[in-house]
Structure formats: structure tokens, C-alpha cells
Design a binder for this molecule. Structure first.
Ligand SMILES: [Zn+2]
Length: 238
């Protein structure tokens, strides 16, 4: 019986996907990447009659964390983020809010997560997969019961995250996707992937078609300008 429902909200200046992972049995939800527009998220939760239990951050860029502080306060819930993302979250220059945002801001997690860790929140088991590269502390969230992965800005439908921002690493990103996600023992071709921007995809499709595959043999991925061309609609997102 499928009791978990996923709701996608596209929010903020660069159309970031903010996800609600809802446990319909108990009416509680996890909020993945509260991008922006806290008021909208709060009213959406009321409309759906869900009670948020935690905020999960795939990484610390401003366009993924913009509403985290206000939601944390409004719902009195904890924020979870990758342990290696502490520096980026706490520095408005590194998280890009001082450059792209309306106002510089920082964020602090209540719980710092490590690779391979499993957390139980709102009756949902979430597995943490560290995928450095887009940022040093980027993580993916895997829900085994639903066979769905929230990939942040690591893996996109037909694309991958840029690596030219602070703490980014092309070699790490290629390795995170090819040596970790593409061979992750729990995944199947049917594993659904919900990225930080753009449409959902599947692990099977990306394993065959993602441009990271052709970038990999050279040991490096194309410079950011070429990446942007490949990303098309996602050009210029941070
Ligand atoms: Zn990002």
C-alpha cells in the first residue's frame, strides 16, 4: 500500500524544486529544500492538512534554503543537512545569498548527517548518500520503500550540477554520479530521481543517457561555459 505522497513546489528566482514527502497515514511531512516563499509553503501545508516534521537540505545554496529559517520557526522543526556543508551554509558568500539573493543570509542545521546514515522521520526511513562535487557537503536522500531519490543539484534529468562555485569539484561530481549513484546497490533502473531543478527522471535513463558519461573518460567535465550550454533551460542557476 502506497502511503507516501510526493508534492513538488517550484519556488524562487531559479525555479528550485521544493518537495513535500508526505506520510499520509499520519499526516506528517518532510520538506526537502525549502527554496523560498515561506508564506506560500506554510499555506500549502495548511491546504494539504499536513504537519511538517523536519526540513532536509540537499546542500547549502541560497536557492535551496531560502525559507528554511522561517519554516523552522513557524513549525518548530529541526533542519537536517550534510556534515560537510557546515561551512557553506554558515557563510553568505559561499552560499551565494550575498551575490544572488535579495539579502545575505546563512543557515545552521540542528542535525548534521553523514554518508550511509539512516534517519527515521515522520514514519519515513531516509537513507543519506553523500555526493560531493556540486558542493563539498551535498547529499542525496533515498527513500527505499518508494524507490525514490532526491538528488539535489548533483544529478538532473539529462544533466548534472555545475562545479565552478565555492567548494565545487568536477572530479568529485563525476565520481559521485558514476562511482556512487550509478552503482548504488539499492537502486534499480526504475528508481525515480527527483532533482533540485527541472523534471523528474529515472536512474535507468540517466545511466544510459546522462552527459556525465561522456565527460568522465577524460577525467574531467567540460568547463562551466560548456556545461551551461548542455544544461539549456537550467543555464545560470547556482
Ligand atoms: Zn546548488
Amino acid at each position: 500500500m502506497n502511503y507516501i505522497k510526493i508534492v513538488i513546489n517550484e519556488l524562487g528566482a531559479i525555479q528550485t524544486n521544493c518537495y513535500f514527502i508526505i506520510n499520509e497515514n499520519i499526516g506528517e511531512a518532510l520538506i526537502v529544500d525549502p527554496a523560498d516563499k515561506a508564506d506560500y509553503i506554510i499555506s500549502k501545508c495548511a491546504e494539504l492538512q499536513i504537519k511538517p516534521a523536519a526540513i532536509l537540505l540537499t546542500h547549502g545554496h541560497f536557492d535551496h534554503i531560502g525559507a528554511a529559517g522561517r519554516l523552522k520557526e513557524a513549525f518548530n522543526i529541526p533542519v537536517y543537512a550534510g556534515a560537510a556543508e557546515k561551512e557553506l551554509l554558515s557563510d553568505s558568500r559561499l552560499n551565494r545569498s550575498s551575490i544572488f539573493g535579495r539579502e545575505p543570509f546563512t543557515e545552521e542545521a540542528d542535525v548534521w548527517l553523514s554518508d550511509g546514515e539512516t534517519v527515521e522521520l515522520a514514519g519515513i526511513t531516509v537513507k543519506i548518500i553523500a555526493t560531493p562535487g556540486h558542493t563539498a557537503g551535498g547529499i542525496c536522500f533515498y527513500i527505499e520503500s518508494e524507490n525514490v531519490l532526491f538528488s539535489g543539484d548533483t544529478l538532473f534529468s539529462g544533466s548534472f550540477g555545475r562545479t565552478d562555485l565555492p567548494t565545487g569539484s568536477a572530479a568529485d561530481l563525476v565520481s559521485s554520479i558514476i562511482n556512487k549513484l550509478f552503482v548504488y546497490p539499492d537502486f534499480s533502473d526504475e528508481t525515480k530521481v527527483y532533482p533540485g531543478h527541472g523534471p523528474e527522471t529515472s536512474m535507468g535513463y540517466e545511466k544510459k543517457n546522462n552527459p556525465v558519461l561522456t565527460a568522465a573518460p577524460a577525467g574531467a567535465i567540460p568547463p562551466a561555459s560548456k556545461q551551461s550550454e548542455k544544461r539549456g533551460a537550467l543555464r545560470g542557476f547556482p
